[in-house]
Design a protein around this ligand. Structure first.
Ligand code: ADP
Ligand code: ADP
Ligand code: MG
Length: 447
């Protein structure tokens, strides 16, 4: 087992990883930017190293600075968290070259899945159903031909996109002609890759994803699924497990597809396979996230499995010590609300948290890096906390979430609490039939 791990991330996920390390007796090294000197992850870690100015590209995305820090402090492994460098194959490869274990899958697996076009091809060949679509379309002309074949409406997607960005809805030929050049240059700017492909727009549907743990000895276990259909602008707002809409038979089929997907690329460590499910109960592979997911907490609450600890154990060469049959949710249900510091219009809200009270009680978890008087810097993600509850029935979980949201006090910045409560109160959420159009129905916002 490792004795020292460097955490190449910030915010709530850095805190989450440090906690796992502490419980495992592993010492921790935090990295921070100039803007994060006062951040919680820095004070919780055993050591900390400043790696540069506030902007992510100068600090948390600076591969050379991070690896120099890791070598200098003699870290044996690096945990990348989510976002930032977590899905960057160059980073994973550079870690390996420095003799430092990257806590995640192999660099070439990250590369194969991160290229969404290649991932779709690999999945199709492996017998996993994918969303009807095209390969990379190099020109408007080619795009028009493919869209015609697939049938409008379609999505124009960036091959290297992520975080809900690089996706455009296209309703007609005219639309496609108009947005293609801008989509191409935006993708190039945001992801360093201007390549685009087209997918049939399946709407409204369920977003269902499978949490996998795969060890180095060929064992793969599905820790259940999550329903992440509550989304705004393709970004998840509420996640829950299990998905109400799945029968045991459909769930089994879904797990088999997810495992087939992982097996096709020799996947190791924790990963998530995302699918869309239409009204006919058909699954379509969307992408695989080759990292820890924001909403891994939901799965931890229903299964009792600590996913971060298992990521570390797997990276250090240990085998999984449980089998698929050992995983049970005991009929429990967990729900997570992402707490974002933002205005009702969805604009970021920064500044000092003047008052903070975190809800508690049985089966209530609040993952955050906030503390009273902490000033939220303007340079990073607006997600400042994840409120997760678990209960014996779904109805009870919804009631618990409402109570916890009421109890939460965060003053000094605007948060999305009202919006979350409106979603929980909607009939579609209450009966679990909600799909990806729920936020549009409730708030009239664009997808
Ligand atoms: P999850 O799939 O775990 O729910 P999200 O899609 O919400 O994750 O992304 C997690 C975090 O990573 C967010 O902060 C998001 O902005 C960021 N992120 C994910 N992929 C990318 C990417 N390709 N480029 C930039 N940021 C990304
Ligand atoms: P990211 O890497 O940004 O997470 P995804 O491909 O996972 O990108 O898509 C993000 C979200 O956009 C999905 O959860 C889903 O709600 C929506 N989406 C993506 N592809 C489609 C599609 N073909 N039809 C309908 N919705 C889609
Ligand atoms: Mg996704």
């Amino acid at each position: 087992m490792f004795s020292k791990i460097l955490i190449a991330n910030r915010g709530e996920i850095a805190v989450r990883i440090i906690r796992a390390c502490k419980e495992m007796g592993i010492s921790t090294v935090a990295l921070f930017s100039d803007a994060d000197r006062e951040a919680l992850h820095v004070s919780l870690a055993d050591e900390s190293i400043c790696i540069g100015p506030a902007r992510p590209k100068d600090s948390y995305l600076n591969i050379n600075a991070i690896l120099s820090a890791a070598v200098a402090c003699k870290a044996q492994a690096i945990h990348p968290g989510y976002g930032l460098l977590s899905e960057n194959p160059r980073f994973a490869r550079a870690c390996a070259e420095c003799g430092i274990a990257f806590i995640g899958p192999d660099a070439d697996v990250i590369a194969r899945m991160g290229d969404k076009d290649e991932a779709r091809r690999t999945m199709r060949e492996a017998g996993v159903p994918v969303i009807p679509g095209s390969g990379v379309v190099a020109s408007v002309k080619e795009g028009l031909k493919e869209a015609e074949r697939i049938g409008y409406p379609v999505l124009l997607k960036a091959r290297s996109g992520g975080g809900g960005r690089g996706i455009r809805l296209v309703n007609s030929e005219k639309d496609l002609e108009r947005v293609f050049p801008t989509a191409q240059s935006e993708a190039l700017c945001a992801f360093g890759d201007g390549a685009l492909y087209i997918e049939k727009y399946l709407y409204p549907v369920k977003h269902v994803e499978v949490q996998l743990l795969c060890d180095n000895f060929g064992a793969a276990v599905a820790l259940g699924e999550r329903d992440c259909s509550v989304q705004r602008k393709n970004q998840k707002l509420i996640e829950e497990s299990p998905c109400r809409a799945l029968t045991p038979k459909k769930r089994k089929e879904l797990f088999e597809f997810a495992k087939k997907a992982a097996k096709a690329v020799g996947y190791r460590n924790a990963g998530t396979v995302e699918f869309l499910m239409d009204d006919g109960g058909n699954f379509y592979f969307m992408e695989m996230n080759t990292r820890l997911q924001v909403e891994h907490t939901v799965t931890e609450m229903v299964t009792g499995v600590d996913i971060v600890k298992w990521q570390i154990r797997i990276a250090s060469g240990l085998p999984l010590d449980f089998k698929q049959e050992d995983i049970s949710t005991d009929g429990c249900c967990a729900i997570e609300c992402r707490i974002n510091a933002e205005t009702r219009e969805g604009l970021p809200s920064c500044g000092a948290v003047t008052l903070l009270h975190v809800p508690g009680g049985p089966n209530v978890r609040f993952d955050t890096a906030l503390y009273q008087n902490y000033a939220i810097p303007p340079f990073y993600d607006s997600m400042i906390g994840k409120l997760v509850v678990c209960a014996k029935t779904r109805e009870e979980a919804i009631r618990k979430m409402n109570a916890a949201l009421c109890e939460l006090v965060i003053e000094g910045v605007e948060i999305n609490r009202e919006q979350q409560m409106e979603i929980l109160a909607s009939p579609e959420f209450e009966d679990g039939t909600y799909k990806t159009d729920l936020c549009k129905k409730l708030f009239g916002c664009s997808r």
